[in-house]
Design a binder for this molecule. Structure first.
Ligand SMILES: Nc1ncnc2c1ncn2[C@@H]1O[C@H](COP(=O)(O)OP(=O)(O)OP(=O)(O)O)[C@@H](O)[C@H]1O
Length: 338
C-alpha cells in the first residue's frame, strides 16, 4: 500500500479494509478498534450469543456469515479464533480471499497445505474464506469436496454478501448466520466510544450524520469519523457530510419535491450539484432516496411511484446505463406525473 492510500477514505471501503499502519502516520481506526472478543462486537444480538456458546463448548461447526460489508463478519470470525486459541490464534486461523486474483487453485493449495500441516495440540483449525460468493459453482463444488476431505481437523467460516450465491451442498454443511446492517444505536455506540478513546470532540449532529452516512456499515462510520477528525476542529454535521460525500436528507427530499411540483429545472439543478459539486455517485443518490423515501413529506401514492421509478433506475444503472441520464429521466417522469 502506498503512503497516499494509507489515509482512510470513507467512500472506498475496500482500500481501507486492508488497513496498515505506516510508520509515522496515524493508525487506521477500523483496525485499532476492531473488537477482539465476541462480547465487544456491537449489535448482532441474535448471533453473538450463539457464537459464544460454540466457543464455550469448544465445538465449532462449519459456519457461513452472509451479509453486507462492514458489519462484522471478519471481526466475528477473528474473535472466535482469538477466544478458542488465545495467543496462538494466528497460527490456527488462515484468512483467505476467494476472489484472489491468482485463482482458485492457489486458494485450494493454501487450504490443503494449511489443513495438512502439523497441529499444535488443537483438534481443529479454522479457515476463513472471505468473498466465498465470488467462486464459480464449479469452484464451490471443489471447495465442498475439500471441506469434506478435511472435516476431521478443519472448520471453515465462509463469508459472503449473498448466501443465495452459495451452492446448496455447501449451505447445508454450514450453520448460516445472517449479518444485517447494524442498527443506528450500535453504530452510534461505537462512534462515541472511539471518539472518547481518541479524545475527539464530536457534536450530537455530527454523530447523527455519521450514523446516517454509514447506513449500517460500521467501517464507513469509523472511516468517516477518522477522516473528519483529521480536519482538526470538532466533528460536526457539516464536516461529516462533506467528507463522506453524502447529501443531507433534506437535499434529496427537496429535489424530489421540486420534481413532483413540476419544477424539473430546479430538481435537475439540485441533482447536478449533488453529482458534480458534491461528488456523489448515482448509486449513492439512489440509496439515499430509497432509505429516506418514507420520511419525505409526500402523499402515499407519490412515495409509491417514487419507489417504483427507483427500482427501475437502480436496475438500469446496475446493467450499465448512464447514471446521470437515468436519474434525470426519473425526475422528469415525476415532474410529468398528473
Ligand atoms: N459489529 C461491530 N462492532 C464493532 N465494530 C465493528 C462491527 N462491525 C464492523 N466493525 C468495525 O468495522 C471494521 C470492518 O468490519 P469487518 O471487517 O468485520 O467487516 P465485514 O463484515 O467482514 O466486511 P466485508 O464483507 O467488507 O469483508 C472492523 O475492523 C471494525 O473496526
Amino acid at each position: 500500500m502506498s503512503e497516499d492510500e494509507s489515509e482512510p477514505s470513507p467512500g472506498d471501503a475496500e482500500s481501507t479494509g486492508q488497513a496498515e499502519s505506516v510508520a509515522g502516520r496515524t493508525e487506521v481506526w477500523i483496525e485499532k478498534y476492531r473488537p477482539e472478543t465476541l462480547d465487544e462486537i456491537k449489535g448482532h444480538e441474535n448471533i453473538v450469543p450463539r457464537l459464544v456458546s460454540y466457543v464455550e463448548q469448544n465445538d465449532l461447526p462449519n459456519l457461513m456469515f452472509s451479509g453486507p460489508a462492514g458489519t462484522g463478519k471478519t471481526t466475528a470470525a477473528q474473535a472466535v479464533a482469538r477466544e478458542l486459541y488465545g495467543e496462538d490464534w494466528r497460527e490456527n486461523f488462515l484468512e483467505l480471499n476467494a476472489s484472489d486474483e491468482r485463482g482458485i487453485d492457489v486458494v485450494r493449495d493454501r487450504i490443503k497445505n494449511f489443513a495438512r500441516s502439523s497441529f499444535g495440540g488443537y483438534n481443529y483449525r479454522i479457515i476463513f474464506l472471505d468473498e466465498a460468493d465470488a467462486l464459480t459453482s464449479d469452484a464451490q463444488s471443489a471447495l465442498r469436496r475439500t471441506m469434506e476431505q478435511f472435516s476431521h481437523n478443519t472448520r471453515f467460516i465462509l463469508s459472503c454478501n449473498y448466501s443465495s450465491q452459495i451452492i446448496d451442498p455447501i449451505q447445508s454443511r454450514c450453520a448460516v448466520f445472517r449479518f444485517t446492517e447494524l442498527s443506528d444505536d450500535a453504530v452510534e455506540a461505537q462512534v462515541r466510544e472511539i471518539a472518547d478513546a481518541e479524545g475527539i470532540e464530536v457534536t450530537d449532529d455530527g454523530v447523527d450524520a455519521l450514523v446516517y452516512a454509514a447506513a449500517g456499515d460500521m467501517r464507513k462510520a469509523i472511516n468517516g469519523l477518522q477522516a473528519a477528525a483529521v480536519m482538526g476542529d470538532a466533528v460536526d454535521e457539516e464536516g461529516v457530510f462533506a467528507i463522506t460525500a453524502t447529501a443531507r436528507p433534506e437535499e434529496v427530499e427537496e429535489m424530489v419535491e421540486k420534481a413532483i411540483a413540476g419544477d424539473f429545472t430546479a430538481a435537475r439543478a439540485t441533482l447536478d450539484s449533488l453529482l458534480t459539486d458534491r461528488g456523489l455517485a448515482g448509486g449513492d443518490v439512489i440509496d439515499q432516496l430509497h432509505r429516506s423515501a418514507w420520511e419525505f413529506d409526500l402523499e402515499e401514492l407519490a412515495t409509491v411511484r417514487l419507489l417504483e421509478r427507483l427500482g427501475e433506475v437502480d436496475y438500469r444503472i446496475t446493467e450499465g446505463a448512464n447514471e446521470r441520464l437515468q436519474l434525470e429521466a426519473m425526475l422528469a417522469s415525476l415532474a410529468l406525473e398528473e
